[in-house]
Design a protein around this ligand. Sequence first.
Ligand SMILES: [Zn+2]
Length: 330
Amino acid sequence: MILNLYPWLINLYKEIILSNIFKRKNFGLIINYNTNLNVDNLVINIIKWLFCNYKINYKFCNKCINCNLLNNSNHPNYYCFDKNSNISLDMVKNINKIFFNNLYISKYKIIYFSNFNFSNKFINNFLLKIIEDSFYNVIIIFSCLSYIKIPNTILSRCYKYIIFSPNENYILNWILNNYKNIKLNFNKFKILSSIRISNFSPLLSVYLLEKLWLLRKNFINNINFIFYKNISKYVILFYNNHLLEYYINWFLYILLDILRFNKFKIIYYNIDYIYIIKYLSNLLSINKIFLIIDEIFLFLNDFKNNLNFNKNIFYYKLIYNIFYIINFLK
Ligand SMILES: [Zn+2]
């Protein structure tokens, strides 16, 4: 039985499960993805299969003690680190727990780093020691957008798999077949736009359509209005910690569409707002668009690297600079 495995993950699940890698002792497994594909869902299915007492072929039973412990997020031989974990402190504490918990011993000790995107000498040495010297059968699993942060010494002990997002027609059909409310309320152009500006992530596009669509509509209308009038007064209104990431993302896709306008006629991201893209393309020169994109990347960098700083300052600086580019530069 495969529980809740998204269809785009099934092939890779079977490929990994039916390969010979698990005959080896102590190794790493890297699953590299290009967009949000819910790889956690794949990993937990792989782990269930590994731990299950009654697996047949690529199926696990979902009833045995191991399957049940995993279903309750309570398996003593497995620990998952996600973005909320305090890596250096939690790591030693929890990995020791996995290794020295004698309540229940299964064939493997599994450590999973979900969305691995950090690295330091301490962590590298610690992981390396586990893979090299462990007396147990240890599997360290990483899922990540890029394995650049995984040090070479560990990388060489890992099996690497890559999963790409499905194509947009596949995602479109998956959405139409699984979300009746979306099928009823959105036409094909809107759904395709949502897929494209969600970086071809099926789940993010559903989230955009179901939860954020009205916000996006307002955002694009406001952008249009702001460029038509005067940017400085209105952009300030967009400031909202929770949604800023989406706004920046949507704004970048609009700028990219303006750059493409009349040049590459085939692909636009916001295909449901071509008339606004066309209008904006008359107002913004290519030079200005590149300068604005530069400003946005500088902003994102400041934002990411100054966690303790007041974020509003960076945001206001961004707005001021965009305003300046639009109004005072040629
Ligand atoms: Zn089982």
